[in-house]
Every structure is written in C-alpha cells, then in structure tokens.
Design a protein around this ligand. Sequence first.
Ligand code: FUL
Length: 608
Amino acid sequence: MRTFNQLVAMACLACIGLSGCTQKSEEYYVKHVEFPEGTTLEQKVDMAARLVPTPQQLEWQKLELTAFLHFGVNTFTGREWGDGKEDPALFNPTELDAEQWVKNLKEAGFKMVILTAKHHDGFCLWPTKTTKHSVASSPWKDGKGDVVKELRDACTKYDMKFGVYLSPWDRNAECYGDSPRYNQYFIDQLTELLSNYGEVHEVWFDGANGEGPNGKKQVYDWDAFYKTIQKLQPKATMAIMGDDVRWVGNERGLGRETEWSATVLTPGIYARSEANNNALEISSTSQDLGGREILAKANELFWYPSEVDVSIRPGWFYHAEEDGKVKSLKHLTDIYFQSVGYNSVLLLNIPPDRRGLIHENDIARLKEFAAYRQKMLATDYVEEGDELWNAGSGEDREYTLATDAKFNVVMLQEDISKGQRVESFKVEALKDGQWTLLGEGTTVGYKRMLRFPEVNAEKLKVTILSSRRNANICKVAAYYAEPVKEVADRSEWNDISRSDWKVVSSQPLAIDLGQSVTLAAFTYAPLNETAKPTMAFRYKFFVSENGKQWKEVPTNGEFSNIMHNPLPQTVAFKTPVKARYIKLDATTPSSEKAVVEMNEIGVSLVKK
Ligand code: FUL
C-alpha cells in the first residue's frame, strides 16, 4: 500500500495571503491528514478546516453531472447481474451508436461518461487479450467491434470526459479466487484500458461481491491496482474502491444534508480501512462521517467527497419492461437537489438498449431535465453574489436582490480549494422592512442548495452560524425553480388482490392465492424499498395446484443487487405456469434463511 508519509509530505503547502482574506497564511493538507497523539478536538477541527482536495478531485467536483452507461450481456439477457456463463453470441446490438449516447448526454449537461467496460459477468466490451469472453467472440461487427473505442472516439468528438468501470468481481474468469493469478488478470485488463484509449478521467471500481460465504474468495491487490492507475493515468480519479471519490451509501439518488468531503471514513482500498472504520463504528452508509462528534474519536481524516450514483430506470441495465418506468422529472429534480445541491457529484445511469441506443423515453426525460435546470439557473436574483466573503462564525452578510425577485432556491458555495468549513448557516429575506427566516442548513462545501416556498424580497441575509476557521464563501445565488407535479407512480406489480390470499407456511413462505391462475411472472418487493439483513437474495420458486405436490419453476435464482438497490424485482417465467399455491424458498445475502412477508410478493397473470 502506498505510504501516507509520501502524501503528507507533498501535502503541506503554504498559502501566501489571499485577497480579501483576514487570515494571512494557512498551511493546508492535501487529501489526507493524520492527527498526532493528544490532538484536542479544537485542534482537529482546525486541521480539518485546512484539508483540501487534490487538483483532480477539485476538477471532478466541478463536473457536477456525470453519466453512467450500464451496457453488456445483461442488456441482452434481461438480468441485473450476469452469472458469467452467458454465451458471447448474445451480445449483438443492431444499431450501436456511441455518438448518439454522447451527443445526447452532452446536450443534457453531462460532463463525463463512465462505461461498464466489464460488469460482474466478466464480459469485456473491448477485444481484450486476457479472455475470449468479450465482444471479439460476439457476432457484433463480426467480432471486430470495440465499444470502449467507439465511446472514446465519441467523447473526443464531443469534448466529453471519459471513464471506465471495471468490475473487480468477475463471475466468468476461471482464475477468480486464485488471488495472485486473478490480480494479474485484472491488472492486465486495466493496463489495456488505460493504455489504448487515450486519456481516462475516472476509474470506477465497484465494491459489490455477491458470492456469499461459500463463494470463491478473492483477495484483491488494491495497492497494485492503484499503482497501475498511477503509472498509466496519473490524472484519473479513482472512485468507490478508490481513494478519490466515495460512494454516498445508497443507489437511490439520496445525498446527505450534512455532507463532509473532509471525512473520517478510511477508503476501502487501504489495508487499515476495516480496522479504522470498525473502531469508529462507521461505514459508507453512516449518517455522520465528518461532524465534531466523530472527529473527536478519529485519528486521521481524508478528502474523500461523495458521489451519488442512481439509475434513471429501476434497474442499472436496460430492460424493455421498464420503458414506462423512467424516473419522472419531479424525481430527477429531487435527485439533483439532493446530490449536486448536497455537496455531491451526481452519477446518473442511462443504460443503452438492445439496439445500442439510448431509448427515446430516456432522451425525452433528459431533455426535460436539462431544460428545467437551464431555466432555473438562467436568472440569479442576487447582486454581487460572486464577491469572496471570508466569514467567521456568527457573521452575516446582506445581499441586494434584483427588483421583483421571486425565488425559492438559495445556493451557497465555498471555495473548497481552501477547505470545507461551514458547519451551519441560515438564510433570511427582507420584505417591507421585515426579516423572515427562509431556511437553515448545516454543511455547504462545494455547493449547497436550499429549497423553500417561493418569496418576493428586496434583500437576502446569509449568516454563517458556525464555521471551522473562517469560511470562504465564493458564491451566493437565488433562483426560481418551477414547482413540478409528480406523475402517478405506474409501478404495478401485483395482479390479484391479496385479500383472498392465505399464508400456508411462513418458512419458507408459501401462499394460497385463493384461486387457480396462470402466472407469467412473480415479483419480490422488499418492504418500504429498504434493505435488511433478513431479506431474500438467492431463491427457488415453486408452484402447486393442491398445496402438496410442488414444482420448481426455472429461474436464475438470484435477486441481483437487491442489497444495494432494494426495489421490486420481477422474475418473468420462460413459459407461463398454472398455480393456486406459490412458494418462495430464499436465503439472505449471508446464506441464512430469509424472512419474506406476503405483501412483499406479487404475481403477474398472463395477459389475454
Ligand atoms: C453495484 C453493482 O452491483 C450494480 O450492478 C451496479 O453496477 C452499481 C453501479 O453498483 O454495486
């Protein structure tokens, strides 16, 4: 593992006076700082205020909107996680056009695209020398195609940043689990991707591994992966199982209101990460990753900003049956305010379809989303909101608003190249000689947007209630965001009323549907769309006409990725089955007996 002394040594920079700044010089720590023994909380807070991003982390943060492209064999099998046994012949997009992807994403305001060059199924979208399990063995372009190259060329043409997702978990590689061999295999794949496609701006390593306790155990050599990136693409950011960009902790597009980029969470690729994070009793899903309470217990701090990854559809891969389930404009704008507006970068997934094109429904929604943001950002009612404000705790500043200002969003930004400092703030508006509170918030960081009911006002007052050293507020803006009505949710996944159902056994769950029907599919929908340790992951599904003789229905037996994305998963049967009774025999992600309730199950009847 790379030594931290190296980092700290290069990290201590002297700041030579800032214009408009009352503090003459400040010493900064780049990306990481260790607290020597005996450091008091006040000293830690002061050091935390001087932790700053690397130049590439800063550039990354400014992108705000980035796009994910989940594409691969799953696109053709309908699965979310392939098992690696798929025939490469399945991969055959009929009209693949990477320019269509990039052009549309560019027009919608996205600044980078990240492609699943290899997902968990191990199928490579470029003609790799490491395995036959790639596009080279597919009928697409007679095995002469290269999706990574097509995307790279399109990114060059449209001046779009380019990133690769390479799944460490590989269900196809025969050497997976034979740790040294697979690590070399992975490094060879990484080397190809980082050597043959020009500049790569981000490398995204997924942390998912669904093998379970009895699966193959692969010990990853993160240090060697890290060094490969450092050598071949030193300017790239390394995300998730990386130390530049942190997973926000859910796949729903929900950032934290209090979001510290200067965080106590030790990145998962460091050997000491488990020990450190266990000692603090934290993980990437914890609420407080940088407040004073947790800082008091920590020995080191990282500049490790949050990225909100979420799909525009329920699944990460394209499934035709989700064409009507593209997230609504209301949902997307909420995601925007809760990611970009909560000091995070949004990584929105838009999965190309079986043609190899972004589907018309997704494009239409992207256009609406872009138009919405453009309209909102076109008019900033704050005058002189760009003037740098070096604000101490308790200080306030008044801003004149344009005449007839009508707004419902206030945006604040800190100059994070000098650290993240604001701990709490409030915003008030002056109307007819009266100050009214519009809202309060905690962290600001790179960007914080506060929403409230629409107001007309003459002045705006921002108060920094608490800050770690003086905050460097570099932007205050006020916008009007058109209220958006929610379109009714059309996710129906149960065709027969449950009032006639009876649970005939709870372990495994067996249900009498009260009538004999012909089923086309069943759905498992974790209660409140929330993951719990007792939830189902692997399963067998049985049907019966009399509740005594059961017949197993062939399925792929896995609710892929349900732990991270606990949305309803519908399993369509190859051929319809007759049933009065159904049974789900399932185990949890840690291979215990799962607990499933009747109202978490739905059935779909064959449509006449
Ligand atoms: C998860 C994966 O398991 C999903 O399939 C998807 O790629 C998502 C972005 O990350 O961990």
